[in-house]
Write a protein that binds this ligand. Structure first.
Ligand code: FUB
Length: 441
């Protein structure tokens, strides 16, 4: 069995059904190209699906047979509503093309229009774009018999403007395209037009949104070896646009793609994107999300990808501190325990720190427990909340770096509200300990 197949089995078979509060959002399957939308007060995400294919299947290393849909009301607990479209359902598509790349979904007059690329049976292009409709974002979706005439390319994205006109953006390569959709949302008016004003270099994954009258045309852009998320703005949905620069820096750890969507939910803006968190394989990706901010003039502030992600973390379960907000003097590794998809902090040096934001405290806590392993003399963990020292926990040698023990300290402290926590490590060995999680009781 090859390495990819082993990874897939680990994730799909052994890992229990986990939807995380942190990044990556989903750990029970591989998800990429997440398009997030708000429908009926819920945040939905429509990603593509990465799987491991048999030799020779798929394209460019990607093997993508179907689409699932996910939703959340609180950005912490996610529901997988299951598969909504499989490649074998596409009337005009290859049944074994494994090319169901980045999709989008929009709502108009109570109908949900799902746009997806697929390799066509008639070989009229690398990808054609199909439409499927439903009366519920979770499906069931009814697939149109043919693809949209005049839309030839990958990564469809649709904007419905304030005046009700809808535009479809698509393409991957040196150029991207836009066309106005007819009222039926299943055909275009005239011919697709080249989008002007974009920088040189490979671009794909268009995502258009409008804020305070400005059109933000955002796109993954390979300027220097892998894709950064960039943007351009304009006053017309069809362009031309003025290039404004980068939103998210390119990954430099072996994944060439990034693919995103941007939206506002409950008065906060978010960016959804993907990384190869679980697999370390750029063709088996996992969707992520982070908060996004604008300055007063509407400039998008550059976003550093985080492990912490979005949503509050409650204290009713162990806090996965390895999904941190900020850290120094330590590393993160996948847990060696093959029965779970998880990570731990390791190579923790003296004076290292880790912060984890937005923990929802609601009680008087009697004790704090850390799951730790140490192959050295160990050290101290100092816990701070609101810059106040809450506890100091001594960790000693547990046998080796992968022998885990729970270490508890009594605290008897009332902690209420949403707080950021900080752990600071002290000791005099080169490396002090590994930590899997921290629990408040
Ligand atoms: O997921 C397949 C392709 O990779 C997408 O369509 C592109 O945007 C890139 O993410």
């Amino acid at each position: 069995m090859n390495k990819n197949k082993i990874i897939l089995l680990l994730v799909a078979v052994i890992a229990s059904f986990q939807l995380m509060a942190q990044n990556p959002i989903v750990t029970h399957m591989f998800t990429a190209d997440p398009t997030a939308r708000v429908f009926n007060g819920k945040l939905y995400v429509f990603p593509s699906t990465d799987v491991v294919c048999d030799e020779g299947k798929g394209e460019n290393g990607f093997c993508m047979p179907s689409y699932n849909v996910f939703s959340t009301k609180n950005l912490t607990n996610w529901t997988d509503h299951g598969k909504i479209i499989d490649q074998t359902d596409v009337p005009w598509g290859k049944k074994d093309g494994f090319g169901m790349w980045a999709p989008d979904c929009v709502e108009k007059d109570g109908i949900y229009y799902y746009y997806y690329p697929a390799p066509p049976l008639d070989k009229s292009g690398f990808r054609r774009v199909g439409v499927a409709t439903a009366t519920n974002p979770e499906g069931p979706y009814k697939l149109e018999k043919t693809y949209i005439e005049g839309v030839n390319g990958i990564d469809p994205n649709v904007l419905i403007d304030d005046d009700g006109k809808a535009y479809i953006y698509f393409g991957g390569g040196k150029e991207l395209f836009v066309a106005e959709l007819n009222d039926d949302m299943k055909s275009i008016k005239g011919e697709a037009k080249l989008i002007e004003g974009l920088p040189k270099g490979y671009k794909e994954g268009s995502f258009m949104f409008k804020k305070n009258g400005t059109y933000y045309f955002t796109f993954p852009h390979d300027k220097s070896g892998s894709e950064e998320i960039a943007y351009a703005t304009g006053t017309n949905p069809k362009g031309p646009f003025e290039y404004k620069g980068m939103i998210m820096e390119r990954f430099k750890d072996g994944i060439w793609t990034n693919h995103h969507s941007i939206l506002e939910y409950k008065k906060q803006w978010y960016i959804f994107y993907h990384h190869h968190d679980i697999s370390n394989n750029q063709h088996l990706r996992s969707m992520r999300a982070d908060s996004l901010f604008f300055d007063k003039k509407g400039k998008i502030l550059e976003k550093k990808a985080t492990l912490r992600g979005i949503g509050l973390t409650s204290t009713d379960k162990p806090i996965q501190i390895d999904r941190y907000s900020d850290a120094k003097g330590l590393k993160v590794s996948r847990l060696k325990d093959k029965n779970v998809v998880g990570w731990n902090l390791d190579y923790i040096k003296p004076n290292a720190f880790v912060t984890y934001n937005s923990v929802d405290f609601c009680d008087r806590y009697k004790k704090i427990t850390y799951r730790v392993a140490s192959g050295s003399k160990g050290g101290k963990i100092k816990l701070y909340i609101d810059n106040k020292l809450i506890s100091t926990t001594e960790v000693t040698n547990t046998g080796n770096w992968n022998t885990w023990k729970e270490v508890t300290t009594n605290i008897n402290k009332k902690i209420k509200g949403v707080k950021d926590i900080k752990l600071v490590f002290e000791g005099d060995d080169e490396y002090l300990m590994n930590i899997d999680w921290v629990k408040f009781e």
